[in-house]
Write a protein of this length. Structure first.
Length: 273
């Protein structure tokens, strides 16, 4: 893990900012490095020395084994297996809670749920469904991820406007994750991209932060909140690092979560429907 290299995730990859800086400035609220939250971490490929590529978070579920990230993080990787979730990664303590491998089926394909429309329509026309749920296996001692680190609650159908949202993400080159608190509003693209999106202004959310959760009703005592979005959607999370977007979490996202919880056969690229 110490030798792991970053993979691009579709977000802007501005020049790396030193993690010794306590705050990063941009067009809106500053973001700052922090020691992270237990239920948010990095997604890794496990082949060779491994590589990391996106942010993911644990979602409360009956079987305690579901994580959320962006669809564009996993759509090209779901067929090959060998992925893992590492909660609360920092360079100083790279696996404080262990490693949770993404589960695979009998054919070695990752247990990843992405809406069929995202596979079929791609990153632009499919942007409203840029969401992925993954089932992760237990760590070496048999404990499920939610039992180890806790989880956040998926909330759907609550609209676009939230006065206080905590945004957490892992820029590829940084030694700690970023946090920022800001408000969201509705954004409807005029470039032909379908749908409307949550928009949040937070500085310096670069490549690697895709999939990071939008946490409303965040409780600093427990470190938990309601997940009302995740970095992705329009232009895979936005064309600049200082403004991020999320697909709207409505009934489609709830159905996708329910499919992951039930263990239904995931959609695959090119699957008839």
């Amino acid at each position: 893990m110490a030798d792991a290299k970053p993979l691009p995730d579709g977000r802007p990859s501005a020049a790396a900012t030193s993690s010794s800086h306590s705050a990063l400035t941009g067009v809106g609220p500053t973001s700052s490095h922090f020691s992270g939250l237990a239920m948010i971490g990095r997604m890794y490929m496990q082949r060779g020395s491994g590589s990391y590529f996106c942010t993911a978070s644990v979602i409360n579920s009956p079987h305690h084994n579901i994580v959320l990230t962006a669809g564009h993080c996993l759509d090209a990787r779901a067929g090959g297996g060998s992925m893992a979730f590492v909660p609360q990664w920092t360079a100083a303590n790279p696996r404080p809670h262990g490693i949770f491998p993404v589960a695979t089926d009998s054919r070695g394909r990752s247990r990843v749920w992405i809406d069929q429309r995202y596979y079929d329509r791609g990153h632009v026309k499919g942007a409203p469904w840029d969401v992925a749920f993954a089932q992760v296996g237990a760590r070496g001692d048999g404990k499920q991820v939610q039992d180890v680190v806790g989880g956040n609650t998926l909330v759907t159908g609550r609209g676009y406007v939230f006065p206080r949202v905590k945004l957490v993400g892992y820029p590829n080159s940084d030694r700690q994750p970023l946090t920022c608190t800001s408000s969201t509003k509705r954004f409807t693209p005029t470039d032909g991209t379908p749908g409307s999106y949550l928009r949040i202004v937070c500085a310096d959310y670069r490549s690697g932060t895709s999939g990071g959760p939008f946490l409303a009703n965040f409780d600093s005592r427990t470190g938990t909140g309601d997940v009302v979005g995740n970095i992705g959607g329009w232009k895979t999370g936005g064309p600049t690092a200082d403004i991020s977007y999320s697909p709207y979490f409505g009934s489609d996202i709830r159905r996708l979560y329910n499919a992951a919880v039930s263990g239904a056969e995931p959609a695959r690229p090119g699957t008839p429907h």
